[in-house]
Design a protein around this ligand. Sequence first.
Ligand SMILES: *Cc1c(COP(=O)(O)O)cnc(C)c1O
Length: 354
Amino acid sequence: MSRFFSQKYKDLTPYTPGEQPKDFKYIKLNTNESPFPPSKKAVKVGKKVLNQLNLYSDPTCSDIRKAIAEKIGVSKDEIIFGNGSDELLYLSFLAFCDEKRGVAFADITYGFYKVYAKLNNLNAKVIPLKDDFSINIADYFNLNKTIFIANPNAPTGICLSLEQIEKIVSENINSVVIIDEAYVDFGGKSAIPLTKKYDNLLVIQTFSKSRSLAGARLGLAVGNKELINDLNTIRYSINPYNVNKTTLKLGEFAYLDDEYTKSNCNTIIENREFTVEQLKKLGFSMTESKANFIFVKHESLSGKKIYQKLKEKLILVRHFDLPRINEYVRITIGTKKQMQALISALNEIITEEK
Ligand SMILES: *Cc1c(COP(=O)(O)O)cnc(C)c1O
């Protein structure tokens, strides 16, 4: 810390991203990226924009906004884009939380909520998940706080039903409820249709997982137009050109390429169920995941050991050294071949450790 660093942030612990090694020697199952390249149609259009990068990107994001609003059946004023959904989450913390209102989220969920709360000096009500890592929705009724819920949750993959989401939203009509649907395409149901009925619901999605654009940085949020307007007020106060020109085009055409996204998601779901069955035979247990990752623990090996031994075998997974979950590892679902390599490696590790 320099002597110039703001006193406001002296106790801030930043988010720790998963390892992003430069060499390609690892099978990378640690940050929930897609193993498949972006849509070819999207890349083709995205490339054409490269020689227009002397000009700023469109701050209104009009082309992509029109295309996607039409596709999902909302008006153009009900949607906003961000530099990754992380940025939209951050804008939501700025727009809808203050010291008086505070914020609420689960004890085991996306790590950024805690960081953003601290960064903004907010009072966070941290609500413990049940022993089986599921959410008790009654814990979220009438909180009088801005609520953040990842659905499916990370890193557990557990998914609430739309009825449960609606119940939480309707029991908090005077607070904004933000549903982070980063993994919804792998088996969940989107709450976007509920935004018509509730003016306190904001749904955030990302292009990083099911749409294979993690490196392009794009997210979207859908909600009542006044919520979106508030987010734009903050966005225009920080960086109106928050999404670059190439990404706007990539995102537009990737979103329209449904067939490709659906087929990739189906493959991931199949590979997930295959991996779950195989790992159970090896003595693993896991939460019921509706995401592109599984959250597993072994009957005799610790989470840390599994992480380390897999890394020696050039397979990267994610281990969180945190209370309640340090016996677990989170494994991204990749191609069938990658999953077979993972299963063989785990088989070897278990045999070696016996
Ligand atoms: C991956 C992830 C995000 C971040 O997505 P970006 O769009 O890449 O910023 C947000 N929320 C959850 C729960 C995630 O797992």
